[in-house]
Design a protein around this ligand. Structure first.
Ligand SMILES: [Zn+2]
Length: 69
């Protein structure tokens, strides 16, 4: 199968999408080239990553609030 066709059909592993938003800033996270290309054209993966991102920042805000209180 053609590389460009294949990257459109294989979704990025959910764990990778989660890691991309949750990993500490000091730890560098890098998508593979094919993952970047896929993400640019896949609404589904973009959406999942978005959901994880929101979830994660909500968790962070809550943790910050708990520390203050
Ligand atoms: Zn996808």
């Amino acid at each position: 199968m053609d590389y460009d066709v294949r990257i459109k059909q294989i979704h990025i592993a959910t764990q990778r999408l989660f890691d991309s938003v949750s990993i500490d800033v000091e730890q560098e996270f890098r998508f593979d080239d094919w993952e970047l290309k896929h993400l640019a054209g896949c609404k589904e993966c973009e959406h999942i990553r978005d959901v994880f991102g929101r979830q994660f920042s909500a968790m962070h805000k809550k943790a910050a609030t708990d520390e203050v209180a």
